[in-house]
Design a protein around this ligand. Structure first.
Ligand code: SF4
Length: 66
């Protein structure tokens, strides 16, 4: 083992979150098993947004870059 992670390996455990990656409303959550989720905190106040959006999010009216 070299400890080197290729981009292809990284994609299997860390899917591209799209806009959620740097959105002010996103909270990144990592499970005990290493799965990555993005929770949309805008969903708490606006029902148009899913609590756990399907990734990658490519278009989003709530997107606010950090
Ligand atoms: S507002 Fe859109 S881009 Fe931002 S966290 Fe929610 S779903 Fe992702």
């Amino acid at each position: 083992m070299t400890g080197v992670t290729t981009p292809a390996d990284d994609t299997t455990t860390r899917p591209d979150p799209g806009l959620c990656r740097d959105c002010q409303h996103a909270r990144r959550i990592e499970s005990d098993r290493g799965s990555i989720f993005f929770m949309c905190e805008l969903s708490f106040e606006d029902s148009r947004f899913a609590k756990y959006p399907r990734l990658p999010v490519l278009v989003c009216s709530g997107y606010r870059p950090k």
